[in-house]
Design a protein around this ligand. Structure first.
Ligand code: TYM
Length: 326
């Protein structure tokens, strides 16, 4: 059974972009692969943050992941800072990662633009990501499309390290991305990727009334100006969300109503709200149950970290041996 590894930052509520691009896939893959999912709090501190907020967000992220279907019987869930080998291996990888590769990373360039002063940690972010994955020698990394470039760097790090320190036999596998059909969910503005930093998200645990407040003004087909204009479903972001949340027969019906101007955009959004509530309601209920049992969540995270520390210690033992480090 191949091993999958993936990570998510505890930066605000888990949104439907995270859910459709990655988390929902993790919940399915856990039954077919040995699965390790990490809440990457050490990545989250590469931009300015509030310590108290970070710790409550880390906790909330654990609740959301478990509520969304990660089952501790099938999947290890843990917090990155509880396994110190991530930073240890990251330092080692820093010594073989070309500076130019890091400066070329799109996410670094975007995030750096938004900071007054840029810290070295932001530049080295993808090196820590490579360490996360390779520490467990994972073969597959289920992510959304925005992480593909980081994964190319992880593969390059694996290749370089193998060539230098383990030339007889590749010690680290080259991890491959696993994408879904919903690999890039657009924000409610329909212009940019859904992301917390753009303020264009819908939280996975939001109440129907709050979701409706966001859906109602959300961008649809930009060419459909009047109610009587027929729309083009494929260019409409709301239709893309229907494809993710609604049953196939509903999706077909929506496309027909839109392209014949049978429905206005508000009618279409009302049906989408129903589909979203159908999927997200039970997740919200599970989150409420979990919040009432903090001891259980704590136990899951402690157990996950313990399991990962054992795996990580063994990797570091072999890595150090091959590198001449006592
Ligand atoms: P993060 O926390 O930004 O996002 C978590 C996952 O959600 C996916 N995602 C999306 N998918 C589709 N459409 C969207 N609009 C959207 N927004 C987010 C992301 O692709 C990701 O899979 N650097 C990573 C965290 C990380 C990691 C790792 C991932 C650290 N170490 C090791 C994999 C393996 C990040 O910031 O993801």
């Amino acid at each position: 059974m191949s091993r999958i590894f993936s990570g998510i930052q505890p930066s605000g509520d888990l949104h439907i972009g995270n859910y459709l691009g990655a988390v929902k896939n993790w919940a399915q893959l856990q039954h077919r692969h040995e699965s390790i999912i990490c809440i990457v709090n050490l990545h989250a501190i590469t931009v300015p943050y509030e310590p108290r907020e970070l710790s409550s967000r880390t906790w909330e992220m654990a609740v959301s992941l478990l509520a969304a279907g990660l089952d501790p019987e099938h999947c290890t869930v843990f917090v990155q800072s509880m396994v110190p080998q991530h930073t240890e291996l990251s330092w080692i990888f820093n010594t073989i990662t070309p500076l130019g590769e890091l400066e070329r990373q799109t996410q670094f360039k975007e995030k750096a633009q938004r900071q007054e002063s840029v810290m070295a940690g932001l530049l080295n972010y993808p090196v820590l990501q490579a360490a996360d994955i390779l520490l467990y020698r994972a073969d597959l990394v289920p992510v959304g499309e925005d992480q593909v470039q980081h994964l190319e760097l992880s593969r390059e790090v694996a290749r370089k390290w193998n060539a230098r320190f383990s030339p007889q036999q590749d010690y680290f596998p080259e991890p491959k991305p696993l994408l879904t059909v919903t690999r890039r969910i657009m924000g409610l503005d329909g212009q940019t990727k859904m992301s917390k930093s753009m303020g264009n998200t819908i939280g996975l645990l939001e109440e129907p009334a709050a979701i409706w407040e966001k859906l109602r003004p959300a961008m649809t087909d930009p060419k459909r100006v009047r109610r009587t204009d027929p729309g083009t479903p494929e260019v409409c972001n709301i239709y893309q969300l229907h494809k993710a949340f609604s049953a196939p027969a509903t999706v077909e019906h929506v496309a027909k109503q839109c392209s014949t101007a049978g429905w206005g955009c508000i009618d279409c959004k009302k049906v989408l709200l129903e589909s979203m509530t159908g999927e997200m309601g039970p997740i919200r209920d599970r989150a409420l149950e979990l919040r009432a049992r903090p001891g259980r969540v704590e136990e899951i995270l402690q157990g996950g970290a313990e399991h990962c520390r054992l795996l990580a210690q063994e990797t570091m033992r072999q890595v150090k041996e091959k590198m001449g480090l006592p």
